[in-house]
Design a protein around this ligand. Sequence first.
Ligand code: UD1
Length: 429
Amino acid sequence: MDRIKITGGQRLNGTIPISGAKNAALPLMIASLLTPDRLTLKNVPNLADVNLLARILRNHGVDSAVDGKRAGPSQYIGETFHLSARDIVDTVAPYEMVSRMRASFWVLGPLLARCGQARVSLPGGCAIGTRPVDLHLMALKEMGAEIDIEAGYVIAKAPGGLRGGRVVFPKVSVGATHNALLAAALARGETVLENAAREPEVGDVANCLVKMGAQIEGIGTSTLRIQGANRLEGAVHSVLPDRIETGTFAMAVAATGGDVTLEGARADLLKTALDTLRKTGVEVQETNSGIRIARNGAALEPVDVETQPFPGFPTDLQAQLMALMATAGGTSVIRETIFENRFMHVQELARLGADIRLHGDTATIKGVKGLTGAQVMATDLRASVSLVIAGLVADGETTINRVYHLDRGFEQLEQKLSRCGAQIERLTG
Ligand code: UD1
């Protein structure tokens, strides 16, 4: 298994190109199930999760082709995916696939809307909590689906097709919003989704569905009003920049010190996280080409943060912020309100010398003078990258095991960091 070796202590300087958002690319690829025409997605990040989803979609009958990728030393242009679901050949999403990538459960709504039936495995366990799918099922039932659970599978039927409905989500769920939104685009009549997730990736999917022929009002708000179409058409859509990758590199620069421009990043997608960085004393500046992050070596101020659905501080940046606060000049408090059990990185950060106490959903981080390199292991995507940030700051050598988590969500991570002066390399085998 691959490992990543980091020799810490280098400041980061230069430019990091920001990739397309994984969490938008995945549901956008799934949207291809809704039309027999070709959906072309530009700026798709080349990630293990994207390639796995392409394989999963192929099982349903989606042909995918990728244009040649052009990468250069300073410029990176994501991949262009062409997806065509002329005929849906299989409406079953088996356990072997869905258990490997939770987001593939989102094929349920589109398959049901297009074919009137679907059999999709429940996603199963997950390292960051139980993550149920009750809200997904509730939404589809409101749209006329009959749903049974048998032998770990969701068996959904809507023989006459789905119809519009009114869904009031009792809790904000990104995935349930995607599932319902995708289904509603091809349902008969109007669907209203209330307390919908406002994450920018949901807006990106909605914008693409509009190009495909759905009528959607309220994009970017918590009430989405969708007029379904009888037939959706092909479209060309460019995936929005990854706000989590942006925030991650911003925190890496904040942690090591230096001056980096995050090229192509959009500040409006992560305002709360950038404001948090400003509070720590880091310079954050919107520029014509992206966002500039700079820190000249002054001590980091501690912060108190609570994760919240968008536009709040994202849970997907919680681990990275904790790594940053590990060496702040005081005590920070971070409360995780979205996922239970999303503190797996704490033990590993402690191995590098961080002083973190956990009480239920709250972590108290007492800044230490410095971290020291060690062998660490990661349990999920965001936790792994928090260890990369800590490793960049730590004295000496840090080796991170189980790198496959990083490959699921970060495109060219080592290359992007090493071009800015980090000593980071992948050890294969
Ligand atoms: C998505 C993101 C993930 C991010 C998360 C929260 C993708 C591919 N993944 O995950 O990176 O961390 O949003 O921003 O976009 N819940 C229920 N019932 C449901 C569905 C969810 O109780 O039917 C709960 C979950 O357990 C969790 C909370 O709702 O506590 C939020 O989960 P959700 O927004 O659905 O996360 P995902 O869509 O899985």
